[in-house]
Design a protein around this ligand. Structure first.
Ligand SMILES: [Ca+2]
Ligand SMILES: [Ca+2]
Length: 240
């Protein structure tokens, strides 16, 4: 077998293990039209967003209420990333740190309001955390797409939300954020040209996807390491 093929199998085995471990997640859905909210970068400070609308929360393969869509009432996402690292070729990079939060109420009783004893009351802190890294990718025509690069952020969530979806209340969570928005580059027209701000009604769709941190089983690491070892041996024998 070719070394490249062995390596591919090793990689596939590892990613299958990873995806199996992360099959359970909560999806906080950001949905247009959203006339409220803002996102922008002033050329030097962290990327910042305020009051972006989150419309519902969905449990994907959750231990309880799998597939249930919970209305998120008056829910808003706000964040500031870590420090600005650099800009090149329509890519903006930001470092670790900062903060991310979602506030609002959640209808867990399914009657369309957040007033019941079983609901999460309006104005509650639903999710809070900090970033590992963030990246904004510029598309054509001033249409920017915001992505949190791999690893993303660590957070904690409202315990009633976790209980409802049967998720662990200890051990931590990790996730990522994607968000599309229309932005104007260099809105102040000065010599600093990498700054941007969303245009009116420019917030698009997105998700915060968030799963319990699951340690990769030791056996999976050994399996993957073994295949990589075989690849190295195969390469050596090929070159000898
Ligand atoms: Ca309710
Ligand atoms: Ca500028």
């Amino acid at each position: 077998m070719k070394p490249s093929k062995l390596f591919m199998i090793g990689t596939m085995a590892m990613s299958m293990v990873a995806s199996a471990a992360h099959a359970t997640f909560l999806d906080f859905v950001i949905q247009p039209p959203s006339d409220s909210g803002s996102i922008g970068f002033n050329g030097s400070d962290p990327l910042a967003a305020n009051s972006i609308k989150v419309v519902n929360i969905i449990g994907i393969d959750t231990p309880s209420q799998s597939g249930a869509i919970s209305l998120c009432q008056d829910c808003t996402l706000s964040f500031a990333t870590g420090v600005f690292i650099g800009y090149a070729a329509n890519t903006w990079d930001f470092g670790p740190g900062g903060s991310i939060s979602v506030y609002g109420g959640v209808d867990l009783t399914g009657d369309g309001d957040t007033n019941d004893a079983g609901d999460i009351a309006s104005g509650s802190l639903l999710l809070s955390g900090s970033f590992n890294a963030a990246r904004v990718l510029g598309l054509n025509g001033g249409n920017y797409s915001f992505q949190i690069a791999g690893g993303d952020f660590f957070d904690s969530k409202h315990i009633a939300l976790l209980d409802y979806y049967g998720l662990p209340t200890t051990g931590g969570y990790q996730g990522n954020l994607n968000l599309s928005f229309l932005a104007q580059l260099n809105p102040d027209g000065d010599s600093q040209t990498a700054d941007f701000i969303n245009v009116p009604n420019g917030i698009g769709s997105g998700d915060i996807i968030n799963q319990p941190i699951v340690p990769v089983p030791a056996a999976a690491w050994l399996f993957g390491t073994g295949l990589i070892g075989m690849t190295v041996i195969a390469r050596r024998s090929k070159h000898s």
